[in-house]
Write a protein that binds this ligand. Sequence first.
Ligand code: HXC
Length: 268
Amino acid sequence: MTTSILETKPMTSEQLILAETDGAVGVITLNRPKVLNALNPELMHQLAEQMEAFDHDESIYVIVLAGSERAFAAGADIGDMADRSTIEMYMRDQFATWERVKKIKKPIVAAVSGFALGGGCELMMHCDVIIASDTSQIGQPEINLGVMPGAGGTQRLTKAIGKAQAMDVILTGRFLSATEALDAGLVSRVVPVEHFFTEALKVAKKMATKGPIALRLAKEAVLKAHEMHLSEGLEYERKLFYILFATEDQKEGMHAFMEKRKPEFKGK
Ligand code: HXC
């Protein structure tokens, strides 16, 4: 069988991700258990499509992205890349799909357990709140394959945990334990493995009780902290803060506080 170098679209209808909803939370589960959720272009395409579908769905406020207990994702699919040439890798432009995930506006909660390696760690870092099980092993072991991170690992990991620790992880290929990742600021919370998914869902549901416009704008502002200098970032934050005074949710939130009742946000 010959494979087109422009092949970026799914070739099968196999469900490499599963999607369901729980109230205002959209849940996506990676579904390639036999290869520890290795991320091939087909899986990434299905993931981007589903994330965008949830992002456009007005009834969904927060997205959960989960792997299995054994693996969030053990990286990009090595078998899919092993014999590709530079031109093939360049022309298939697989990072265009990752850009689609980066552009999701609603908050994404990652439910991480087991291996989050290479592209798996990079996908985890595309999420906003990361709930990790105490069995998590997180790293960028591309160096063992004669390559290096390509979906943001050198940049996002360095911003998350600092140069010295990022160099250690990327240049030695060693895995961080869940507690090391927590101490380094790479994950948000560590929980017992049996609760990793339910805790992530609980966090997402709690977030989903907040005003959805405020959630989106707060996510946008925090992400700008990676890209802007402090004074520009502060200016950006201030503008988003002012914008929220045009929402009904701001009036509802502040009046509910004064009236000592729970707010009922409408996303307006
Ligand atoms: C393809 C993978 C895979 C991967 C695991 N498998 N990781 N297949 N791509 N990234 C497959 C194995 O081949 C094996 O298939 C099955 O999953 C179970 O894995 P085992 O190795 O048998 O399990 P275990 O001994 O528990 O070891 C787990 C592991 C190891 C430590 C996670 O599998 C591993 O080192 N995987 C590779 C991790 C890695 O290097 N990731 C970075 C990839 S490069 P069979 O058929 O034998 O049962 C990358 C670049 C990103 O991510 C660039 C941007 C896209």
